[in-house]
Design a binder for this molecule. Structure first.
Ligand code: GCB
Length: 600
C-alpha cells in the first residue's frame, strides 16, 4: 500500500460523482512515489512493417517468439512518434496493415525478486489496434488509438533467478474499418488495366493524416501488491471553503489503512482524511479558474499536436502561443490528446472540450451496433482517464457525424446518455455541421456546437455575406433549441506569405477579413446565448493528399512551424480585449493591465 497515499489536487475541478464505469479498473497516470517506481521506455525501438501481401507474415512466422532482428531486417524507430514521418521509404508513409515494434529492457533486481512488487506495462497509446507480447507471451490487446492501456506483468518477470531481461513486442494495425473509431473503409481496386492485382486503398472520412504507431510514451511502473487502482475526485464550494469528495479504489487486499492528504501547489498539506471515501474541507480556498475566463464559459481555440507523436518542446511552445494570444480554451479535435497536454491545461488554466475520436462518421453503415458498443467503451476510457482534470468542462462524443440520419439520431442519443451516466457533472455535446431542421442528435446535447465555413466552402470570396448567414444560423438554432451555442469551427485556408489586397482567397488578408466578419457576427450574440468561438485552426496540419489540400490543411493561425500569420495579431488583440472587458467590465480603459500583470 502506498503509505499515507496523498490525494494531491491543489486545483478544484468540476463535480464528478458516482462514476459508473463498465471498465475493469482505473487508469491513473503513473507517478513516482516512495512506493512506486517508473521506467520510461522512450527512445529507439526496433521496427519492421509487414509488407507481405496479406500483411500477416509476422503472425505466420511468429515474429514475437524471438528477437525481431532474427526474423528479418529491422530499422530504428523513435518512441513516441508516428512511424509515417520518420523514414525516407515512401511505402512506410502510406503503409496500411501491421507494423512491429520491439524493445529489450533490463529490470532492476528488486522488481523481479521482490514478490511484494507489482510490475505494470503501460502504453500511452497505440493507433489503432495493438497486440503486446512480453518475452513471447501474449499479454495484452487493445482497440483504439489515443488512449492508454496496461497490463500487470508481474507473473512474467518474477519467474525465479533468471536474468532480468525483458523483450516487449508490440504489433500495431492502423487499418480503419466501419467499426473502428474513427471509421474507414478498405477499397480494393480490381480493374487490372489500371491497378496491380490485390491493390487497395484506405479511405478515411476525416481531414487529418492517419498518423500511426506508438505515438505516446511506453513505460513500466511498479506498485506494491496492495495498491490504489483508481481515484475519483469531485469538488464544490461552500462559502469560502472548497469541498473535495474523494472515492478511492484499492486492490490486492482488504487489509489496509488509508490516509489521505490534500496538498496545495506548494506541496503543503491543506486537509487530511482517512478511508476509501470522504470529504475534505479546505477553508479560504483559492479556486482553480480558467486563465482569462470571461463572463461566458469560454473563448476557445483549437490545437493540433504534430503528427500526434508527443513532443515536450512543441507542447510548451504551443502553450506559450496560447498565452501570447490570450486564448483560454480549446477542443481536443478530433481525439483525446496526450495526458501531459491535459496536465498542462490544468496548470495553465486552459479550458478543454474533451473530444473522443468519433470523427468521420459520415456513412450510414458506420451507425451499427458494433460501432455503438465500441464508441461507448471509448467514452468510458476517455472519462476514466480524464475525469479528474479540472480543465475538462465538457465531453464531445463526435465531430460532424451524419446527424441528419435517423440511425445517427439513435446512435448519438445512446452515446450521449452513456457519457452522462459516466459523469453526471459535466455537459455533453457533439459538434454538428448539419442543418438545424434536420439534425437528429441535437435534442440530446447540453450545448450546441456548430461548424460553419461561410465564404469559404460556398459563396467563395463573398465576405459580405458572412454576417447575415451567421445571424441566420444562430437564430435558427437558438429558436429551435434554446440552448447555449458555441461556434466550434470557422476559418479560411491561408498560405503564409500569400498577399492580395483587396483580399482574395488563400491570402493572409482574406483570412483576416473573414475572421473580422465572423467576429462582428459573434459580437452580436456573444452576450446573449453564444458562449464560445473556436477558430479552425490553431496551426496548419497534415492531411491526406487531395487537390483541395496544399501540403495539408492551411487554416492555421500559425504555420506548422508555429510562426504567426497576420490573423494571429488580430486574434491576439481580440482575445485580450475580451479578457479585459470581462474581467474589468466597468473600466475598459485598463486595456493592457491584464496582459501586463500576467507577463511580469
Ligand atoms: C471541418 C472539420 C475539420 C476540417 C475542417 C476543414 O469541418 O471538422 O476536421 O479540417 O472542417 O478545414 O475543412
Amino acid at each position: 500500500m502506498a503509505r499515507g497515499s496523498a490525494v494531491a489536487w491543489a486545483a478544484l475541478g468540476p463535480l464528478l460523482w458516482g462514476c459508473a464505469l463498465g471498465l475493469q479498473g482505473g487508469m491513473l497516470y503513473p507517478q513516482e512515489s516512495p512506493s512506486r517506481e517508473c521506467k520510461e521506455l522512450d527512445g529507439l525501438w526496433s521496427f519492421r512493417a509487414d509488407f507481405s501481401d496479406n500483411r500477416r507474415r509476422g503472425f505466420e512466422e511468429q515474429w514475437y517468439r524471438r528477437p525481431l532482428w532474427e526474423s528479418g531486417p529491422t530499422v530504428d524507430m523513435p518512441v513516441p512518434s508516428s512511424f509515417n514521418d520518420i523514414s525516407q521509404d515512401w511505402r512506410l508513409r502510406h503503409f496500411v496493415g501491421w507494423v512491429w515494434y520491439e524493445r529489450e529492457v533490463i529490470l532492476p533486481e528488486r522488481w523481479t525478486q521482490d514478490l511484494r512488487t507489482r510490475v505494470v506495462l503501460r502504453i500511452g497509446s497505440a493507433h489503432s489496434y495493438a497486440i503486446v507480447w512480453v518475452n513471447g507471451v501474449d499479454t495484452l490487446e487493445h482497440e483504439g488509438g489515443y488512449l492508454p492501456f496496461e497490463a500487470d506483468i508481474s507473473n512474467l518477470v518474477q519467474v525465479g533467478p533468471l536474468p532480468s531481461r525483458l523483450r516487449i513486442t508490440i504489433a500495431i494495425n492502423n487499418t480503419l474499418t466501419p467499426t473502428t473509431l474513427p471509421p474507414g473503409t478498405i477499397q480494393y481496386l480490381t480493374d487490372t488495366s489500371k491497378y496491380p492485382k490485390g491493390y487497395f486503398v484506405q479511405n478515411t472520412y476525416f481531414d487529418f493524416f492517419n498518423y500511426a504507431g506508438l505515438q505516446r510514451s511506453v513505460l513500466l511502473y511498479t506498485t506494491p501488491t496492495t495498491y490504489i487502482d483508481d481515484i475519483t475526485v469531485t469538488t464544490s464550494v461552500e462559502q469560502d471553503s472548497g469541498l473535495v469528495n474523494y472515492q478511492i479504489s484499492v486492490k490486492g487486499s482488504n487489509l489496509f489503512k488509508l490516509e489521505v492528504r490534500l496538498l496545495d501547489a506548494e506541496n503543503k498539506v491543506v486537509a487530511n482524511g482517512t478511508g476509501t471515501q470522504g470529504q475534505l474541507k479546505v477553508p479560504g480556498v483559492s479556486l482553480w479558474w480558467p486563465y482569462l475566463m470571461h463572463e461566458r464559459p469560454a473563448y476557445l481555440y483549437s490545437l493540433e499536436i504534430r503528427g500526434k507523436g508527443f513532443d515536450w518542446p512543441l507542447l510548451v511552445k504551443d502553450f506559450n502561443l496560447l498565452r501570447w494570444l490570450g486564448a483560454n480554451a480549446f477542443r481536443t479535435s478530433h481525439y483525446p490528446y496526450a495526458e501531459e497536454v491535459m496536465q498542462m491545461c490544468d496548470r495553465y488554466g486552459i479550458v478543454v472540450i474533451d473530444e473522443c475520436p468519433g470523427v468521420g462518421l459520415a456513412l450510414p453503415q458506420f451507425f451499427n451496433n458494433v460501432s455503438l458498443h465500441h464508441h461507448m467503451q471509448v467514452m468510458e476510457e476517455v472519462v476514466r482517464r480524464d475525469k479528474n482534470h479540472p480543465a475538462v468542462v465538457m465531453w464531445s462524443v463526435a465531430n460532424e457525424p451524419a446527424s441528419h440520419l435517423e440511425s445517427a439520431g439513435y446512435y448519438l442519443k445512446m452515446v450521449i446518455a452513456h457519457t452522462k451516466s459516466l459523469d453526471p457533472s459535466r455537459p455533453v455535446t457533439f459538434v454538428s455541421n448539419s442543418n438545424y431542421a434536420a439534425d437528429k442528435g441535437a435534442p440530446y446535447v447540453d450545448v450546441i456546437c456548430l461548424n460553419s465555413y461561410y465564404s469559404w466552402y460556398h459563396d467563395y470570396g463573398h465576405l459580405e455575406l458572412i454576417q447575415l448567414q451567421l445571424a441566420t444560423q444562430f437564430e435558427n438554432w437558438y429558436k429551435k433549441y434554446q440552448k447555449p451555442i458555441i461556434q466550434s469551427e470557422y476559418g479560411a485556408e491561408t498560405i503564409a506569405g500569400f498577399h492580395q489586397d483587396p483580399p482574395l482567397m488563400f491570402t493572409e488578408e482574406y483570412q483576416k477579413s473573414l475572421l473580422e466578419q465572423y467576429h462582428l457576427g459573434l459580437d452580436q450574440k456573444r452576450r446573449k446565448y453564444v458562449v464560445g468561438e473556436l477558430i479552425w485552426n490553431f496551426a496548419d496540419f497534415m492531411t491526406e493528399q487531395s487537390p483541395t489540400r496544399v501540403l495539408g490543411n492551411k487554416k492555421g493561425i500559425f504555420t506548422r512551424q508555429r510562426q504567426p500569420k497576420s490573423a494571429a495579431f488580430l486574434l491576439r488583440e481580440r482575445y485580450w480585449k475580451i479578457a479585459n472587458e470581462t474581467r474589468y467590465p466597468h473600466s475598459v480603459a485598463k486595456s493592457q493591465c491584464l496582459e501586463n500583470s500576467l507577463f511580469t
